[in-house]
Design a binder for this molecule. Structure first.
Ligand code: G3P
Ligand code: CA
Length: 314
């Protein structure tokens, strides 16, 4: 059985505020194969890890009176947002902020870390990866799975993400063929552009429909798809055109689980995530984005043992 990848979604984001060094470090300790930084840019052209460039939901920027006047409204990729945007801050200013838990109602245990952790640069995340590799003995290097967020918007304001992503990977020795890297984006134009710049594997993210998979296979190596798209036939269709299938997002809280896998009624209580992951492993997926990488590793490893030991012998 080919290896099924455990991708730590925003780090171990079920257990630490997302996109912090502490979240990525925990994910590595839990045995994740890849850590997943979403990337946006500062005014002075530095890649930092945030899920979106509007940062009021995951930082304490609203508590900084010195930045109150930076609050504004803009439309990005068709969505109008009001808040504070990374492109209005230098890296030095971003470093005065601290991370906060995005889902305090569902993950109150993570709120004890609010105000403690810095917003990391992509460079710092790569440094963590390289340092972690020194302690892994003969095991494979930790993988990195960066996502370009709002690439057209950033190009439009003179802060293109792509070359900075590739340069950072190269500086840390993650650019050669076979390096444990996937670059992901929802924007097909962004991926087509990247295809001309790198041989590293590219992943087309899809949320609402699979679309023309044969066309995607011309520039991407796989698809990163929402769980609703990862039906048995959807997985087969992607594999038929040699696309890897990585599925998002596996989360333990009842809020995110189907009714038959909830345990109790509280949205924040943990349900049967093991069962949900096994359902998708049965469909032949190649990787999972998971907020609780320890669960992903445990279930994946047990599944592999069970299926190797029950495989028919010749
Ligand atoms: O990148 C895979 C998955 O993370 C896509 O969704 O919104 O969590 O970045 P999002
Ligand atoms: Ca992502």
């Amino acid at each position: 059985m080919a290896s099924i990848l455990v991708i730590a979604h925003r780090g171990a984001s079920g257990e630490r505020p997302e996109h912090t060094i502490e979240s990525y470090r925990l994910a590595i300790a839990e045995g994740a194969d890849y850590i997943e930084p979403d990337l946006v840019m500062t005014r002075d052209g530095v890649l930092i890890a945030r899920h979106e460039n509007e940062i009021s939901g995951t930082t304490d920027v609203a508590q900084h009176a010195e930045f109150a006047a930076r609050r504004r409204t803009q439309t990005i990729d068709g969505e109008t947002m009001t808040g504070w945007f990374t492109e209005d801050f230098t890296l030095a200013e971003i470093k005065t902020l601290r991370a906060r838990e995005r889902l305090p109602e569902l993950r109150p245990q993570n709120c004890v870390f609010d105000g403690q952790f810095l917003i990391p640069t992509f460079d710092e995340i790569m440094q963590l990866a390289v340092e972690s590799n020194r302690g892994r003995g003969g095991a494979a290097r930790i993988g990195v799975y960066p996502e370009t967020k709002h690439p057209a918007h950033f190009t439009g304001i003179g802060l293109p993400l792509e070359q900075a992503v590739l340069d950072t990977l190269r500086r840390h020795g993650y650019d050669a063929a076979g390096s444990p890297v996937f670059i992901q984006s929802f924007d097909p134009r962004n991926l087509r552009e990247l295809r001309g710049q790198t041989k590293l594997p590219l992943i087309q993210l899809l949320e609402h429909e699979l679309g023309d998979l044969a066309e995607i296979a011309k520039y991407a190596d796989g698809v990163g798809i929402a769980k609703a798209l990862a039906t048995p036939s959807g997985v087969r269709a992607a594999h038929a055109v040699n696309l890897k299938v990585h599925v998002w997002t596996f989360r333990a809280e009842n809020e995110f689980l189907p009714d038959d896998l909830k345990i109790g009624a509280a949205p924040a209580a943990h349900g049967d995530l093991d069962g949900e992951i096994r359902r998708f492993l049965d469909r032949g997926i190649d990787g999972m984005f998971v907020d609780f990488p320890a669960v992903g590793v445990r279930v994946r490893d047990a599944y592999r043992v069970a299926h190797v030991s029950t495989a028919p012998t010749a």
